[in-house]
Ligand binder design. Structure first.
Ligand code: PLP
Length: 369
């Protein structure tokens, strides 16, 4: 047998939500409400579709390794210079590369995050043979910034801190003041603070931080965004890294040269220019969340208010069994055992007709129980 390090032996691989194909193969139902992976079920805009069809004509060429046009378009959109930008094959790849770039397992360097934070931070760190420290979430299921500072004070080996803002799977957020205090704290300790804003486009909170300004001021802050959520391009894979040019240049050294395919380079440029589409998605999400809040209130289901395109609720029973039962009724939800939540379930906001259908299935379930 070939030998594998203990980190890899102990690694619990990230388990994504079930794909539609695997659900269809397992269950004999023609239509499913797949509210399990925080995808944008409205699909991408017609403009993006047209651009993608055209881009296929050039698919025999390797993609532009510098993503020149894409970078210029994001630079215009974010109002930040092009040398503050790079891209990944989804933001997951950016997480992975930043960890490998900045944390050295031989020196015993570590990654710090929270127990209920997006799980890829832990998986990528362990795959890079690093130790991961996790602070508990606070009582409102948000990042506990004081606990994070305390953990940093107690361990000089912490090199990277990850904050998902808003967080998946809780939908909670860290306010501008709180996060700025952590930015300053990490600066003093020479720690890379990675702020993952995968759900930034859905945020309604007025005290949510404007982190792209911080990136220009602080050279230890990196922001990650994605086209997988609001922009409905999860299948094409594009993550955006916004950070000071030094971080970008190291990231570019480590990434594979053709990590961003030509279809997504074309499609994403069209997607970010379409501000009307984004407004519509934002409004639909706001309405979907208030519909869920109202419905859950009347069903007496406990839930956490969300700044993202999903909601976390307590099904008050084993969440895995609960989700299995709902699957037979064509509703696909996400149990969260790997995050340490035994009875909490995550449900994505979809187009209103799908939200209504999902609530109807939940009503029938709970009224019968
Ligand atoms: C907080 C957060 N970050 C990053 C990702 C990864 O997104 P992607 O790799 O599709 O860009 C997700 C996906 O669910 C997420 O919830």
């Amino acid at each position: 047998m070939l030998k594998v390090s203990k980190h890899i032996q102990d690694l619990k691989a990230y388990k994504p939500g079930m794909s539609l194909e695997s659900i269809k193969n397992k269950h004999n139902l023609s239509k499913f409400y797949k509210l399990s992976s925080n995808e944008n079920l409205a699909g991408c805009s017609n403009e993006v579709k047209k651009v993608l069809v055209k881009a296929i004509e050039s698919a025999h060429f390797y993609p532009d390794p510098q993503c020149t046009k894409l970078k210029q378009n994001f630079s215009d959109f974010y109002k930040i210079k092009t040398d503050y930008l790079s891209f990944g094959n989804g933001s997951n790849e950016i997480i992975d590369i930043l960890i490998r770039t900045y944390c050295n397992p031989i020196e015993g360097e570590k990654v710090l995050t929270s127990q209920g934070a997006f799980i890829a931070y832990k998986v990528c760190a362990q795959a890079a043979r690093l130790e991961v420290k996790q602070c508990p979430l606070n009582k409102n299921l948000g990042f506990d910034i004081d606990a994070i500072k305390k953990a940093i004070n107690e361990d000089a080996k912490i090199k990277i801190v990850f904050i998902a803002n808003p967080n998946n799977p809780t939908g909670t957020y860290v306010s501008k003041d709180e996060l700025l205090s952590l930015v300053l704290f990490c600066k003093d300790k020479n720690i890379l603070l990675i702020i993952d804003e995968a759900y930034n486009e859905f945020v309604t909170a007025t005290d949510f931080p404007k982190t792209l300004d911080w990136v220009k001021t602080y050279n230890h802050v990196a922001v990650i965004r994605t086209l997988s959520k609001a922009y409905a391009l999860a299948g094409l894979r594009l993550g955006v890294l916004i950070a000071n040019p030094e971080i970008i240049s190291y990231f570019d050294k480590v990434r594979n040269p053709f990590n961003v395919n030509s279809l997504v380079q074309a499609g994403a440029s069209a997607a970010i220019k379409n501000t009307d589409y984004l407004k519509q998605i934002y409004e639909n999400n706001k309405q979907g969340l208030s519909f869920f809040y109202k419905s859950f209130d009347s069903l007496k289901i406990d839930y956490t208010k969300s700044q993202a395109n999903f909601i976390l609720f307590d099904c008050k029973q084993d969440a895995q069994d609960f989700c299995k039962q709902l699957l037979t009724k064509a509703l696909v939800l996400r149990p969260l055992l790997p995050y340490g939540f035994k009875t909490q379930v995550r449900m994505t906001v979809g187009p209103m007709e799908q939200n209504q259908k999902a609530v109807k299935i939940l009503q029938d379930y709970f009224n019968k129980a």
